[in-house]
Write a protein that binds this ligand. Structure first.
Ligand SMILES: [Zn+2]
Length: 405
């Protein structure tokens, strides 16, 4: 070790000072130990969220259970000296490194190294900086020694996640920032008997589906097709040997009278794309005997859609309700599927093609096996089986190409 150890000294109440030393001949850094969450002591309060038999009131606690689709491993400050780590994923992650960054020191340093974080894990961890002076491994491989810091405010420390697993690399590409939660107001009094209460078995499916769906919306094939929907419609017509059916391109919410559409400009199309992936709140719900609904933060569908249909790529209903939630009415082909198909049809074809390519984060229903959990379901289901039609428009055009690398 030489010429690469930096010291950060904290003067009480006076901020952080640091200086580098050039004379550290034989310093052997002592890094923090790797954390094995399977043997955490009681004070770390480790739990598995969304256990099948967990009281549903916990998943409906919107202050406690929410996540952004682009940040399924959530780390945030709890109090001044601890963090809460929650994994909103149906699979475990191995060898996860959490880096911290302080506002007045430009380098990230390794603050937690987990050997494995199981699916839907949550635990709490003391911030080692608040305990005593420690050595930390920098991203560069060098060492930084940081004196004790009494405590943090949320803006005074930032966390970021690194993990070599292919699944996390895939998830990092998600552009959507939707904040996902479950909301019990839809089945409690708002529209009695229309919405049904969900449970953790269904919530786990909902989380898995919305991560896949958000990935599909972020996919370059989707973006290219969305931005050139007129081309997609022409190609569909050519494949069918007909003229273009209905609208030639995306159009808005004005009434379509006599085949006159309020076509969106390219700029408005870009805006519509951004509406699909912005940071608004999405509340998942389940409908019963009546039609599914979407609008405002609500997006709903039936139990069968949560348990089996999304694994088969049947995303037409979800896409329709999600478009209502994103701000479009039935007059727009961003929501509606009429007259040659709009968003509903295109998205569903793309989604199936991505399953076919194995290019969604999760394509194997065995990771949850919800169809076997009859105690928690209103109907009986069989294991979902995925099939793609030979005339799928993306299959016809891309013939197995187009995987997002
Ligand atoms: Zn509708």
């Amino acid at each position: 070790m030489k010429k690469n150890s930096c010291y950060i000294l904290l003067a009480l109440c006076a901020g952080v000072f640091y200086g580098c030393t050039n004379e550290e001949p034989l310093y052997k850094p002592k890094y923090l130990p790797v954390i094995d969450v399977s043997v955490l002591p009681k004070e770390n309060r480790a739990i598995t969220m969304f256990e099948d038999d967990e009281d549903p009131s916990k998943m409906y606690d919107k202050k406690d259970r929410w996540f952004r689709v682009n940040e399924p491993l959530q780390i945030f400050l709890k109090g001044k000296d601890s963090v809460q780590v929650s994994l909103y994923l149906p699979v475990a992650l191995s060898n996860v490194k959490i880096y911290a960054k302080l506002p007045n020191y430009e380098k990230r340093f390794l603050i937690y190294h987990f050997s494995k974080i199981p699916a839907f894990h949550r635990s709490f961890h003391k911030i080692p900086l608040t305990e005593k002076k420690h050595d930390y491994l920098l991203e560069t491989g060098n060492t930084v020694t940081i004196d004790q810091i009494q405590g943090f405010m949320s803006e005074s420390i930032e966390f970021s996640v690194e993990c070599e697993e292919p699944i996390l690399k895939k998830l990092k590409k998600i552009k959507s920032k939707r904040l996902v939660q479950f909301d019990d107001r839809f089945h409690k009094g708002l529209t009695t008997n229309k919405f049904l209460p969900m449970n953790p078995v269904l919530a786990k499916e909902g989380i898995t589906m919305i991560i896949n769906y958000s990935y599909a919306l972020s996919h370059p094939l989707y973006y290219d097709t969305f931005m050139n929907f007129d081309r997609y419609k022409r190609e569909q017509a050519a494949a069918a040997g007909t003229a273009v059916n209905g609208a030639l391109n995306w159009h808005g919410d004005d009434d379509d009278i006599g085949g006159v559409y309020d076509y969106l400009s390219q700029e408005q199309i870009e805006k519509a794309y951004n509406n699909y992936i912005d940071n608004r709140i999405l509340s998942m719900a389940m409908v019963g005997g009546a039609s599914a609904l979407g609008g405002g933060d609500l997006v709903s569908q039936y139990e069968v859609n949560y348990v089996t249909k999304h694994w088969e790529g049947e995303m037409s209903m979800w896409s329709h309700e999600y478009s209502h939630h994103s701000g479009y009415s039935h007059s727009s082909n961003l929501t509606n599927s009429g007259e040659g198909g709009g968003q509903q049809g295109m998205l569903t074809e793309l989604y199936k093609y991505l399953i076919y390519l194995d290019d969604l984060p999760f394509t194997n229903p065995d990771i949850l096996k919800s169809w076997t959990k009859s105690t928690y379901l209103r109907s009986t289901y069989k294991k979902p089986v995925f099939k793609i039609n030979a005339n799928n428009s993306f299959l016809l055009k891309y013939k197995g190409a187009g995987k997002w690398n």
